[in-house]
Write a protein that binds this ligand. Sequence first.
Ligand SMILES: Cc1cc2nc3c(=O)[nH]c(=O)nc-3n(C[C@H](O)[C@H](O)[C@H](O)COP(=O)(O)O)c2cc1C
Length: 355
Amino acid sequence: MHPAYIKRAETFAAEIGIQCPILLGPMAGACPVSLSVAVANGGGMGACGALLMPPQAIKQWAADFRAQTEGPFQLNLWIPDSAPDRNPDHETELRTFLKGWGPEVSVNAADDTPPDFHAQCEALLDIAPPVISSIMGVFDAPFVARMKNKGIKWFANVSTVAEAVAVESAGADVIVAKGFEAGGHSGAFKPEDAMRYGVGSLALIPAIANTVSLPIVAAGGIADGRTAAAALMLGASAVQIGTGYLRATESTIAGAWSEAISTARPEDTIVTQAFSGRAGRSIATGYALAMERGDSPQPAPYPIQRGLTQAMRAAAAKDNKIDGIQAWAGQSAGMAQAISATQITRDIWQAVQDI
Ligand SMILES: Cc1cc2nc3c(=O)[nH]c(=O)nc-3n(C[C@H](O)[C@H](O)[C@H](O)COP(=O)(O)O)c2cc1C
């Protein structure tokens, strides 16, 4: 590997205050402080996916992280879509279907909405982390100005070149280029695009590098030295890893989910709207596959579907039954190591340097 790629990555890492150019992916519902601290101890950057957390919980997360390490971290929010139309008959059909996969779904289940976005944004500014990241859209101009005033860098997730151009003109500092291989929700700005474009990292990273001038963090399918080195050669200055950390000692996901990741081949994950209504890549579980059958109901839009599946997902996680777990996983899942996230971080960076 040409030393220029290593130099670009080391320079970027120094600029954002980390020893090696590896970021933990923010993972809503799967980002305990312990995992971030372990990544920071390995020289990488910690992350909190704050989507589901009320302001006080986000503040507590940041305080707990800061009490254990001086390393930097990113706080991440989804940019909300407009509220979807409700269809009571369709919701009834889904509730009936879901009864076959978990507990009875209450009539109010679909009313459940994520915490207030604007209150979360205010909490983020109060916390003033080194990095705030967005996915599924752009922050509005006044919020971007307030972030910049506080010296906070904005890392913006994109999954197409057009989205990269949009975040550059909205004032992003860094582009997180999220390839189709990635675990978790698609970052597509428009929900309807999420199932249409499947741009893989091999095409996405160089296409963005050829078009915009911001530094690129590559995400999706990266879980070892080879995949990280490839991303750096394609134009990235750093890599972001989600699934590759989910089996780490400091992760807290259900055992059945971790086990499914350990044996997953790339084709054992699918992109599905079955869990939340927004497309995301998960293990092809019994429930996710059943929702794909022609005679199954279509998923409702986000966040209605998310509310409807909540009881099934919670029960399955508690009972450690993979079929109903929202088992997000990327195509490189099989590379995830069940060792400390500190070691994972160090091993990947060492392997990159050895190439
Ligand atoms: C369980 C899980 C939850 C995730 N939640 C979020 C999230 O809330 N916000 C976000 O920007 N990305 C989220 N992601 C994406 C990761 O931050 C990261 O970009 C992605 O996992 C990289 O691809 P990989 O899984 O192939 O490593 C999530 C990924 C997983 C696996």
